[in-house]
Unconditional design. Structure first.
Lengths: 111, 114
């Protein structure tokens, strides 16, 4: 079974609004990562948060991690039409950080 | 520029054929992964390798095998291709160990089994 489950499955917002995506997972992790995939292309890494971190920022991205609730959220502020893509959370587990993905969230940003 | 290269973008094979998907990375990464991506199911891990000749089953290994004879190359083998293996296959690599690092992905191989 897949380790991570994203919520919601699909999100549609207006340009300039913030987008919040959530991820829950099942077992203990070394890290949690978020990736983006534009239609028909490979995945691109966005941000990694370690299990001993609670919050991390990168440009317009903010990710939080709550290990007690086994959940994470990704916030994209001031969204742009170019942010339209699928977003995946992935968890790194085990001694070699095996990486397991969720089903993804489809984000549509309307101009 | 770091690179993960998959040998084919598109592949059409017949049912029952043995199929090889090749992946090469130039970053000296220990970890390499094979995923398949299907609509509504996200990325599912088929196999994971954390060193040469070392492998670990993922969530859906049935019908697949892998080979890692050299650090830079990770091959996915469909022993006898079936139509339900029609999918997008993605290869990735990363450094291993805790707490882990980002993975780099290839562009994917869209495999159609007819």
């Amino acid at each position: 079974s897949q380790q991570g489950e994203e919520d919601p499955q699909a999100l549609s917002i207006q340009e300039g609004e913030n987008a919040t995506m959530n991820c829950s997972y099942k077992t203990s992790i070394n890290n949690l990562q978020w990736y983006r995939q534009n239609s028909g292309r490979g995945l691109v890494h966005l941000i990694l948060i370690r299990s001993n971190e609670r919050e991390k920022h990168s440009g317009r991205l903010r990710v939080t991690l709550d290990t007690s609730k086994k959940s994470s959220s990704l916030l994209i502020t001031a969204s742009r039409a170019a942010d339209t893509a699928s977003y995946f959370c992935a968890t790194g587990t085990g001694a070699n950080s095996k990486l397991t993905f969720g089903k993804g969230i489809t984000l549509s940003v309307r101009p | 520029d770091v690179k993960v290269t998959q040998s084919s973008r598109y592949l059409v094979k017949r049912t029952g054929e043995k199929v090889f998907l090749e992946c090469v990375q130039d970053m000296d990464h220990e970890n390499m992964f094979w995923y398949r991506q299907d609509p509504g199911l996200g990325l599912r891990l088929i196999y994971f390798s954390y060193d040469v000749k070392m492998k670990e089953k993922g969530d859906i290994p049935e019908g697949y095998s892998v080979s890692r004879e050299k650090k830079e190359r990770f091959s996915l083998i469909l022993e006898s291709a079936s139509t339900n293996q029609t999918s997008m296959y993605l290869c990735a690599s990363s450094s291993n160990g805790v707490p882990g690092t980002e993975a780099f992905f290839g562009q994917g191989t869209r495999l159609t089994v007819v």
